[in-house]
Write a protein of this length. Structure first.
Length: 205
């Protein structure tokens, strides 16, 4: 393989010899990583899209709880798939590697050299899974839970999505991530406004 290197107007030819087997291994490994990166990215974007669709549908179609649950479940499954593929293809199932990479990204963006954000991702997955299971097992108790509990979960989800899909995103998809955040915020604002408008009419009647 011949690589032409151009530096300060000088043309340097560097001959690199790669045997057939090692070349084959190299390209196979690269294809494997490209596939893993694609799956990891696709699953997380699908997860966030499903969640936004679930919340929007729940606000606009309050009586179609089952559809909202299915969308939320699809999002949760995709996010868990994202976690699995990320650990498999990028971190070799090593928490230490994932922590170090999280710290590297945090330092590059904020100057804070800490990988503690990884624990927030673990918590995010756990809360999401708990939400889906609770919605399935006991719809009545889930719907009747304290408003503070529901809004705390929503605020946490919005915080995670905003940071993961916009602040830390490194491609133009970050604008799609911002659009999802605005969609969520708009849906929840509509729900609050409808609730405020509904209560006075109830009192007057």
């Amino acid at each position: 393989m011949l690589i032409a290197l151009k530096s300060a107007g000088l043309h340097l030819d560097l001959a690199i010899e790669i045997s057939a087997p090692s070349r084959e291994t190299f390209f196979r490994s690269r294809q494997h990583m490209n596939f893993g990166e694609s799956v990891t990215r696709i699953t997380v974007w699908l997860a966030l899209t499903f969640y936004a669709a679930s919340e929007t549908f729940r606000v606009l179609r309050r009586h179609r709880f089952e559809i909202s649950w299915r969308l939320n479940t699809a999002g949760c499954v995709c996010f868990l798939g994202h976690v699995v593929t990320a650990f498999h293809y990028f971190y070799n199932w090593s928490h230490a590697d994932a922590y170090a990479d999280t710290a590297r990204q945090s330092k590059a963006l904020t100057g804070w050299n800490s990988g503690d954000g990884l624990y927030l991702n673990y918590l995010f997955a756990l809360v999401w899974l708990s939400e889906v299971i609770w919605m399935r097992i006991s719809r009545l108790s889930y719907s009747a839970r304290a408003a503070f509990c529901g809004w705390t979960v929503r605020a946490f989800f919005l915080f995670m999505i905003f940071n993961g899909a916009f602040v830390f995103a490194r491609s133009n998809m970050r604008w799609f991530g911002l659009a999802l955040c605005l969609l969520l915020a708009g849906s929840w604002w509509f729900e609050i406004k409808r609730s405020i408008d509904w209560h006075p009419s109830q009192k007057s009647s």
